[in-house]
Ligand binder design. Structure first.
Ligand code: SF4
Length: 307
């Protein structure tokens, strides 16, 4: 998911990175300026999730109000969201196990990674059945096995590529070069009025890129969500994040399609995230119940709780 191909390296080095240097981010919109406007939150009491702020399903944000003020419990989810959850768990568990094995000096990883992925897929789908109506379990299982095969093969091949190039490396250096990203990075977003336990899918280890995995259609708010993680990263580590990448994973004619959307985390994306954060915090803190939207999207999970 996070290995960048040669074409993407060219796009980054010839296009996005030079452009981010020519048009640097407005200093006021860097996460490390969390103590002053427009970064400082409306309230430090109400910690929000980055997804909760960015997601644009309900036009009036009544969805957040219902979740926070009415339901306060888990509700059934859609097959697409369930699919996304299972994919995340499979990918993160494969990378975790691969790193553990590489530290133990084991390099024939593929079969063991696939066995672990099979176990995770079965248990995740079994637990998702309770939450997702009309989940196509068999189809989802097959799709996740395809993802696991693809990822496990790439990981093993990357490890051997690095090992062949630098046969003298110890395990620590080999892991750093073979997995140049932190997966499931936990961030404390409280300086920005965000959750203390934000979880980023992956961040380039040497700084500068945040990755987020999605399945389904591209939507504008996906980039806004990555901008939210970038702001939290900057507030926590005081290091800049200029590039975001949404990795779209989908089924394609018996195979899979992985499409990475790289972009600069511009002032516009940052401002958009902050505006949404402030609006949501104000609405929830002032207990202002939003109106029912005039047009509700078909994929809203809250229809039956909303009226
Ligand atoms: S049913 Fe409509 S108004 Fe209610 S949460 Fe969903 S989108 Fe919003």
């Amino acid at each position: 998911m996070y290995y960048i191909d040669p074409l993407e390296v060219r796009k980054l080095t010839r296009d996005l990175l030079p452009s981010s240097r020519e048009h640097p981010v407005d200093e006021r919109l860097r996460g490390w300026n969390w103590f002053q406007s427009p970064l400082s939150p409306y309230s430090s009491e109400l910690a929000l999730g980055v997804w909760e702020i960015s997601s644009a399903v309900c036009p009036t944000r009544r969805d957040a109000w219902i979740r926070r003020k009415v339901l306060r419990k888990s509700i059934p989810t859609t097959p697409t969201l369930a699919k996304g959850i299972v994919i995340h768990r499979v990918v993160s568990s494969i990378f975790l196990l691969a790193k553990k094995l590489a530290y133990l000096g084991r390099y024939e990883l593929r079969d063991e990674l696939l066995r672990e992925a099979g176990r995770i897929i079965d248990s995740e789908i079994a637990s998702m059945k309770a939450y997702a109506r009309s989940l196509e379990e068999e189809r989802l299982g097959e799709f996740c096995h395809r993802i696991a095969k693809w990822e496990a093969t790439r990981i093993e091949s990357k490890l051997w590529e690095i090992k062949a190039k630098y046969p003298f490396l110890n395990e620590e250096s080999l892991v750093q070069l073979s997995f140049p990203f932190s997966t499931e990075l936990v961030l404390d977003g409280s300086l920005l009025g965000l959750s203390k336990y934000l979880r980023v899918d992956a961040a380039w280890m040497f700084g500068g890129i945040i990755f987020d995995i999605k399945t389904g259609w591209r939507e504008e708010w996906h980039r806004v969500q990555v901008a939210g993680y970038a702001l939290a990263f900057e507030s926590f580590f005081e290091r800049p994040i200029d590039i975001g990448c949404v990795v779209y994973v989908d089924e394609a004619a018996g195979s899979l399609r992985v499409d990475r959307d790289f972009f600069t985390i511009s002032d516009g994306l940052r401002a958009s995230f902050l505006e949404r954060r402030d609006e949501l915090q104000m609405m929830l803190m002032r207990d202002e119940e939003p109106k029912v939207a005039q047009r509700c999207p078909a994929n809203c999970l809250l229809r039956e709780y909303c009226q």
